[in-house]
Design a protein around this ligand. Sequence first.
Ligand SMILES: [Zn+2]
Length: 83
Amino acid sequence: MKTNITSLAPPCLGLAGSDGTEVTGLSLAAYAHKLARIEAALARMDSGRYGFCLTCEGRIKLTRLEADPAEARCDTCDMGEGA
Ligand SMILES: [Zn+2]
C-alpha cells in the first residue's frame, strides 16, 4: 500500500525530491519526526510555554529558535541529552 503524502504536503517541508519524485521510506520517517516536533511546538504555543526548555524550563535562545523553530530544549540541556 502506498500513500502519496508528498502531493499533500507544502513544498517547504522538502518532501519531494528536486525532480519531484517520491521520497524514500527514510525521508518519510524523517518527515513524521519533523511533523511531530512541529505539533509539539504548536502545543507549547497554546499552553504559553513556547520558547522555554522542556528540561530546565529556562529560555531557549532566540538564535536557536530561529535556526529551528520547533526546538524544545536549550543548548545546555540538548548537549546533556546527547542526541
Ligand atoms: Zn534547558
